[in-house]
Design a protein around this ligand. Structure first.
Ligand SMILES: Nc1ncnc2c1ncn2[C@@H]1O[C@H](COP(=O)(O)OP(=O)(O)OP(=O)(O)O)[C@@H](O)[C@H]1O
Length: 778
């Protein structure tokens, strides 16, 4: 649209007017916040002066309590208001620079026409009567994402409203200046989306509220059901949808939930950092974020060396056979599924009558209670009681026993000896305690005798404290042995893998070494919770699982039982199933794996990569013809052929340099394993000042990075170079998923390097979809 047209000037005038309102509101806010702040400081400072403290009589105590409570409530009310003011003023600051990104004109059936301006938050006029800007999450704003001009309708919580939309317009406003204005059609501003998608990548994900597509909008706003599954192709905006959906839920249920009640399971910590800026950009606080591994580690770290999922994957990638399923893979697949859970459930039923194993309770090198005695006690208890209730009773029994032990130990010589070695402060404590007793009128016939008794008791109590703590934590249950017992004998009536004998042995070996591989972690936790009992988390109301195809059935089942009051949103892509537990089959994205039928959504259009890259990558997967590319033009991917190791590295070096010189800010060399990454880094990475990323805890960086494909999951780069996509490196069934994941990380350019023959998964791609290059041409 012409910048000098009357329409353009009118729109700029409106922007100016809105910014004036924002400025006035900000000025008014400043006054109110500073007086609120003073109030809070004053209240904190004089808290105790304004409270009447009197504890002489019971009535006075009640009065004192009421007075403290009143003062605390006043303070917290002020603090809350201050927090709210702070949040609103931050939003106003943001709106000041870019108040809105869209508009539509709409009239309800036979009603007057009204213009609706859509931005990241709402703004009322100075009289608080009319909306100058509607929040993108308001029900009416749905029209903007769902329709082009014509007959339209949207749902409010109460009813369906329909009418006519006569205009839909999109704006680019920066620092209060109108920089672009487009009247748009069905999809939201192809030209704007082109521009956004064609821009440079950042190390943090950006919000997409200005260009949410219709199919994405329906997921973002979906409210019903206890589970949503989003199967979306690579780059279709699953993570973006998850983040905007969280922002939507925080707005829609703003009086009932806060950000702490939403939990996102992310694939790794690097990804957590990558998405951490989206919600703050939208004026919301970040939800809780964790990886499943972090949770597992916290629970099991004290007892085991806990394998990470990436260690498991790296190990399988390095050691796997060229064909067939290895014993390790069989073990992983079996322990990830329903049959193994069935086995554990039956085992748990059996434990109700026999087989529980306990640790000896030892103190100062001597056994106080043997594991056998505990077992006898356990099985003497009412067998109709659940295992956790019986464990609880054993705990009480042991603690009671410990009290008796404490009394006996006080009389022993060692207590006297150690009491003599106590520090000065302990003596002071003893003295004060005795003084207190005298004050309370208790008999203290002889201070020195009293003091010695006190000190002996102190010594014994301290010595027993760790044991008492362990008992309270139920460490007397020998879980490791109980789990290991599961592998003691051959089992019948279960569909065990052919290599079960080898699996049994290796499982026991690992447990003896106190090493817990990924595939054993969830079953172990499940067994533990069913034996020891565990409180569920009732506060989390929404759980999001991104890269959901990477979770095993068992893991998902476990997570679901931890949050029984939460609605689940699972987002993933079975074409990217790179872990050994399923390799694309039966991922938790399959609706039939769930007891209750989930709501199913599909996202088939890929936004991340140019049309050329999507057309290339989609030929690598089975039902790739269903994948649609967003029409953003770029260069054809290049496949670089070399013959020798040296040539291969040389080609990679020249190409990486070229991409950096072309101005790409994020260039990634993706390899299959860490071993390969190290090799590339040593050969060419240092010279090119690349960063080697081999741990998920490392931050995502700009410039040239070298990392394994599995760590690049969920993330994108302007330019991607795939290392050694040759026949002998990517040839197994599941390598197809790895290669597909690697290629779909690229936004603008894709280069693939092969030593000798190309991987079979690339050979099937039509030759007109890429450019063949040989080392000489470089
Ligand atoms: N509606 C949209 N408007 C603007 N950008 C979008 C939109 N949808 C997706 N994108 C962009 O496309 C890219 C891919 O999105 P995202 O990472 O959410 O996809 P994904 O489905 O999670 O991908 P993957 O499974 O490959 O990790 C991001 O840069 C995102 O900003």
């Amino acid at each position: 649209m012409d910048q000098n047209s009357a329409e353009w000037l009118d729109e700029q005038k409106r922007v100016n007017k809105v910014i004036t309102v924002i400025n006035n509101k900000l000025a008014a806010f400043k006054g109110s916040t500073s007086s609120l702040k003073e109030d809070i400081i004053g209240l904190r400072k004089n808290f105790w002066e304004d409270v009447t403290v009197n504890i002489d009589e019971p009535d006075d105590v009640i009065e004192t309590y009421a007075s403290i409570k009143q003062q605390a409530e006043l303070l917290s009310e002020r603090e809350r208001s201050h927090g709210q003011f702070y949040k609103t003023s931050k939003l106003l600051q943001r709106l000041k620079s870019s108040p809105y990104f869209g508009r539509f004109d709409f009239s309800e059936e036979e009603g007057p026409e009204e213009s609706f301006y859509i931005g990241i938050g709402s703004l009322m006029d100075e009289n608080d009567e009319d909306f100058l800007i509607y929040d993108w999450r308001a029900p009416v704003a749905s029209l903007y994402y769902d329709y082009s001009p014509g007959h339209v309708s949207y749902r409010t919580p109460e009813e369906e409203i329909s009418g006519e939309m006569t205009l839909k317009r999109q704006y680019v406003i920066r620092e209060g200046n109108m920089e672009g204005m487009f009247n748009t059609g069905i999809t939201i501003g192809d030209s704007l989306l082109q521009k956004i998608l064609g821009s440079q990548a950042t190390t943090y994900m950006k919000s997409i509220v200005a260009t949410i597509q219709r199919e994405q909008n329906s997921i973002i706003r979906f409210e019903k059901g206890s589970m949503l599954i989003v199967q979306g192709v690579a780059g279709s905006g699953k993570t973006s949808v998850a983040m905007q959906r969280i922002a939507y839920l925080l707005y829609r249920h703003r009086n009932q939930i806060n950000a702490d009640q939403i939990l996102l399971f992310s694939p790794n910590q690097m990804f957590s950092t990558y998405v951490s800026s989206v919600l703050p950009e939208l004026g919301e606080e970040n939800m809780q974020q964790s990886t499943f591994h972090e949770y597992v580690k916290k629970r099991l770290d004290h007892e085991f060396t806990v394998e990470t999922p990436f260690e498991q994957l790296e190990d399988k990638l390095v050691s796997r056979k060229k064909e067939g399923v290895s014993t390790e893979e069989m073990m992983i697949q079996f322990k990830s599924g329903r049959e193994f859970k069935r086995l554990i459930d039956d085992y748990l039923s059996a434990l109700s009558h026999t087989g529980m194993l306990f640790r000896n309770i030892k103190f100062r090198g001597q056994t106080l209670i043997t594991s056998k005695e505990i077992t006898t006690y356990f099985y003497q208890l009412d067998s109709s009681l659940a295992l956790p209730n019986r464990v609880e009773l054993v705990k009480e029994w042991l603690l009671h026993h410990l009290q008796k032990v404490e009394k006996e130990e006080v009389e022993k010589d060692w207590a006297e000896e150690e009491a003599a070695l106590l520090r000065r402060e302990d003596y002071m404590e003893a003295y004060e305690s005795i003084q207190k007793k005298q004050f309370h009128g208790e008999e203290t016939f002889d201070d020195t005798v009293q003091e010695e008794r006190f000190l002996r008791a102190l010594v014994v109590e301290r010595k027993l404290a760790p044991l008492r703590r362990q008992i309270k934590r139920l460490r007397f249950v020998h879980l490791r042995k109980i789990y290991r017992q599961l592998f003691d004998e051959s089992i019948k009536n279960y569909e065990v893998p052919t290599e079960w004998e080898a699996i049994r042995q290796s499982s026991k070996e690992n447990l003896n070494q106190k090493y817990l591989p990924v595939e054993d972690q969830t079953p172990y936790l499940y067994l533990q919770d069913r034996i020891e009992g565990r409180k569920v988390n009732a506060s989390i109301k929404y759980v999001f699982m991104d890269e959901a195809q990477d979770y095993t059935w068992f893991q998902f089942h476990y997570i679901q039982s931890m949050f029984p009051y939460a609605q689940f949103t699972l987002l993933g892509d079975y074409h990217q199933s790179i872990f050994a537990h399923n390799y694309g089959e039966d991922t938790i994205l399959s609706p039939e794996l769930h007891e209750e039928p989930p709501e199913l959504f599909e996202l088939m259009r890929s936004y991340r990569s140019t049309k050329q890259i999507v057309e290339f990558a989609k030929e690598m997967v089975d039902d790739g013809d269903k994948i649609e590319a967003f029409n953003r033009q770029g260069h054809l991917p290049e496949v670089h052929y070399t013959h020798t190791e040296k040539e291969h590295m040389q080609a990679l070096r020249i190409c990486a340099k070229r991409r950096l010189n072309e101005g790409y800010q994020t260039v990634a060399i993706l390899c299959k394993t860490i071993e390969e990454c190290r090799q590339v880094y040593n050969d060419i990475g240092r010279e090119l000042q690349a960063s080697l990323i081999y741990k998920e805890t490392q931050p995502f960086q700009e410039g040239l990075v070298i990392l394994p494909i599995y760590l690049a999951k969920g993330i994108e780069f302007e330019s991607v170079l795939v290392f050694d996509a040759s026949d002998n490196n990517f040839n197994r069934k599941e390598d197809r998923f790895l290669l597909y994941t690697a290629c779909t990380r690229a936004m603008h350019v894709l280069d693939i390097f092969c030593k000798g023959r190309m991987s079979p998964f690339l050979r099937t791609i039509s030759e007109d979809l890429y450019i063949k290059k040989t080392a000489v041409q470089l």
